[in-house]
Ligand binder design. Structure first.
Ligand SMILES: Nc1nc2c(c(=O)[nH]1)N[C@H]1C(S)=C(S)[C@@H](COP(=O)(O)OP(=O)(O)OC[C@H]3O[C@@H](n4cnc5c(=O)[nH]c(N)nc54)[C@H](O)[C@@H]3O)O[C@H]1N2
Ligand SMILES: Nc1nc2c(c(=O)[nH]1)N[C@H]1C(S)=C(S)[C@@H](COP(=O)(O)OP(=O)(O)OC[C@H]3O[C@@H](n4cnc5c(=O)[nH]c(N)nc54)[C@H](O)[C@@H]3O)O[C@H]1N2
Ligand SMILES: [Mo]
Length: 670
């Protein structure tokens, strides 16, 4: 139901209907049968003609897609077709393969908004093998003395199993520091809550390093042996004494000092970061690089109870054809604008390609195949929706009709996680196989089946294992020496790679150009970026754009997770909808009173880009001057307010966590 694929057992009755799903599941997981058997589920292909949708057969729908794709390729070249996957992950490798075999370099996914920028920040500091740094912060708290939870509210966003491990650590006496602009459930229970202004994380990290270095609390032998750029860092943090950082971030200077001391002296200490919160801002990668230096400076890197790196993924056959095929195609448009992204990430930056979609430059995009696409993912959404609407062909594969499928000429019904098989071989060294529990309802097909069938009709049957998923999975697994049959005997998965030893860098160094931790990044320097993890104000903020802040006086952060939903999904499921029935803005009582707004009032939120209407939730979870709006509501899409130009120059990530806005009661005219 979501990308985490938590272990669960499904019970099927004699008629073939799933009656129960058991497991340590979050609320969404507990209600997955409400999705599975929802009356609105798409169960047949649909074609839009003369403005209305009609049912079609798979043959008709696929033939029509293929006919149009071939005509577009003939007239405009294969590079005029964009292949984009939103949140769904399981069909992606086959989708990427299809894009490149069709001849288009334009394969992009939601990774352009999520997780990848943290991978890039970690790889710049420590080398690509530390890319999955985040995983090192999430589990195994047995020995951890202090946990620095930087921007995550696991009560809402983590799986119950992961969250429980953290709570176990707390019960065993682990100290907890939370960095979050909101007083979340977990922040309430913390020993220390650093409630910073959104987007200022880099300054806070530099301020903490100032204290750690100034007070000699850092690991001097490690720094001398294993880092480059420490002297320059010392100069940089010299500019960020706690008093100045307090002014920038809004966190009292005494809290900064206490947090730095507590984290640096309680060993081992662990750092946990979010896949997105710190990098959803215009200086995101540099801010995140600064945060990620904390474990290295304090002797907590790659040690048990600290940030111990997970085992790498087993080596498998890469079916995406990224290395093999992409170099033979037209260059990716985004590669020039985001060279660091292209160096570290095996797909195109979706914010650059959408620019091409909107402007037609350097050449027009004519068609888009969308796998689980939600157009609201893009900042300044209307601009993207208008561009998609003008395409010669837009195909959407989804579970339900959505604001995005409304733009599609052809809509294809996707099978759910319970109806499709999946092989996962990921970091952590495990391989797991999931078989379908039941046949797909109606005429729904799994994503991989749709993509393989499209490939076959494009004349590439051999390249898609003649539509046989089992053969495809066994091809992927070949280098590991195990097969799907063996995995089937081990429903909890098989370990293919042993855990790494602690401090494994002592054997082979770091996989960076210098072989050391690059506090000063040679790769960034080569590309004319600042080599140090310098702090820069968000491009729109009370400090960088005071003239805008005169009219838009509130700092906007978006997309804190809700237990009820995954992004735009599940609003249709009544039991989940009860938890958060309406889109809301969290606003402090001081700001609400000044605007004559009370809880439950309809309010208009405006930015320089647009406006939306939501309900006010007046709460002390946010501080005066800051408001928070949840993401994923079609009737109040917060990305009407965010800016498509305010991208991080290294990762191309949008500024979802830092913009300016203003709020007024809905009834009042401006
Ligand atoms: N303002 C703001 N914007 C954000 C964020 C934020 O915090 N603030 N967060 C960003 C982040 S981190 C992320 S990950 C993205 C989320 O990215 P979104 O694309 O918004 O994710 P969803 O709405 O969960 O899913 C997109 C569509 O996929 C469909 N779908 C789900 N599973 C499957 C499947 O297995 N197959 C198929 N074919 N379809 C499926 C769903 O029904 C849905 O219509 O949003 C990003 N956008
Ligand atoms: N229930 C549920 N779980 C999910 C998802 C979902 O949609 N629903 N989505 C999944 C996905 S794709 C992702 S990426 C993860 C996201 O995982 P997380 O990012 O850990 O999500 P949250 O738990 O909302 O925690 C993010 C916190 O960052 C805070 N924050 C906002 N702005 C800033 C800032 O400028 N600086 C700092 N330091 N913090 C800030 C927010 O207040 C929020 O409490 O969740 C995953 N889990
Ligand atoms: Mo995400």
């Amino acid at each position: 139901m979501c990308a985490y694929s938590c272990p669960a057992s499904a019970h099927v009755d004699e008629s073939g209907r799933i009656v129960k799903v058991d497991g340590e599941l979050c609320l969404r997981g507990q209600h997955q049968l409400d999705l599975q058997y929802h009356p609105d589920r798409l169960l047949h292909p649909l074609i839009r003609e003369n403005g209305s949708l009609r049912r079609a057969t798979w043959d008709e729908a696929l033939d029509r897609i293929v006919r149009k794709l071939l005509a577009i390729r003939e007239e405009h070249g294969p590079q005029s077709v964009l292949f984009f996957a939103g949140y769904p992950k399981e069909g992606r490798p086959v989708f990427q393969r299809l894009a490149y075999l069709f001849g288009s370099p334009h394969y992009a996914t939601e990774d352009s908004f999520c997780f990848a920028a943290t991978v890039i920040a970690a790889a710049l500091n420590y080398g690509p093998e530390f890319g999955w740094f985040i995983t090192s912060g999430r589990n195994d708290f047995k020995e951890t003395r202090c946990h620095l939870l930087w921007s995550s509210n696991p009560d809402a966003s983590a799986t119950p199993m992961v969250h429980e491990q953290l709570l176990d650590g707390r019960r065993a006496g682990m100290q907890l520091i939370v960095v979050d602009p909101r007083r979340t459930e977990i922040a309430e229970t913390a020993d220390l809550h650093l409630q910073l202004r959104p987007g200022t994380d880099g300054a806070l990290a530099l301020g903490m390093m100032h204290v750690i270095i100034d007070e000699g609390l850092y690991d001097q032998p490690f720094v001398e042996r294993w880092t480059v750029g420490f002297d320059e860092l010392q100069d940089l943090v010299g500019e960020y004494p706690p008093q100045r950082v307090a002014t920038i971030t809004g966190v009292p200077s005494q809290h900064i000092v206490t947090a730095a001391r507590l984290y640096a002296t309680s060993k081992p200490a662990k750092l946990q970061t979010s896949p997105c919160a710190t990098v959803h801002t215009s200086n995101g990668v540099q801010n995140h690089r600064a945060i990620l230096l904390l474990p290295a400076l304090t002797g907590n890197l790659d040690v048990p109870g600290g940030n111990k790196m997970p085992a790498p993924a087993a080596s498998t056959n890469d079916i995406t054809l990224f290395d093999e095929k992409l170099p033979l195609l037209e260059p990716q448009t985004a590669a020039e604008e985001f060279p660091i992204w292209s160096m570290f990430y095996c797909e195109e930056q979706a914010n650059a390609i959408v620019e091409q979609l909107a402007t037609g430059k350097p050449y027009p995009i004519k068609a888009m195949i969308g796998l689980g696409v939600n157009v609201m993912i893009w900042p300044n959404t209307k601009r993207v929706a208008e561009a998609i609407d003008k395409l010669d062909l837009f195909v959407a594969v989804d579970y339900f009709e959505t604001v995005t499928t409304d733009l599609a000429e052809i809509i294809l019904p996707a099978a759910t996680g319970l109806e499709r098989g999946h092989l996962s071989v990921g970091p952590g060294g495990m391989a797991k196989l999931r078989d379908p529990v039941v046949e797909p309802l109606g005429e729904a097909w799994s994503d991989w089946k749709i993509l393989m069938e499209l490939g076959a009709r494009l004349g590439l049957t051999d390249q898609f294992w003649h539509g046989d998923l089992e053969a495809c999975m066994n091809h992927i697994l070949e280098p590991t020496g195990i097969t799907t049959a063996q995995l089937r005997e081990h429903p909890h998965g098989l370990r293919l790679v042993e855990d790494r030893e602690a401090r494994s860098y002592e054997q082979h160094g770091f996989n960076t150009p210098s072989g050391k931790v690059e506090i000063s990044s040679s790769i960034l320097a080569e590309h004319d970026f600042d080599p140090l993890p310098t702090y820069r104000e968000p491009v729109e903020s009370p400090v960088s754009t005071p003239e805008v802040a005169e009219r838009f006086r509130l700092v906007l952060t978006t997309g804190g997770r809700s237990k009820a939903y995954t992004h735009s999904q599940f609003r249709r499921l009544p039991e989940l909808r009860k938890l958060m029935p309406e889109p809301v803005v969290q606003i402090s009582s001081e700001d609400a009173t000044a605007r004559r707004v009370r809880t439950g009032d309809r309010v208009v939120i405006e930015s320089r880009r647009g406006s939306i209407e939501v309900e006010a939730d007046v709460t002390d979870r946010v501080q005066p001057g800051v408001v928070h709006v949840y993401y994923g509501w079609a009737e109040a899409n917060v990305n009407e307010l965010t800016d498509h130009r305010a991208l991080d120059p290294i990762s191309g990530y949008p500024s979802f966590k830092s913009a300016l806005c203003e709020i007024r009661p809905a009834a009042t005219a401006t």
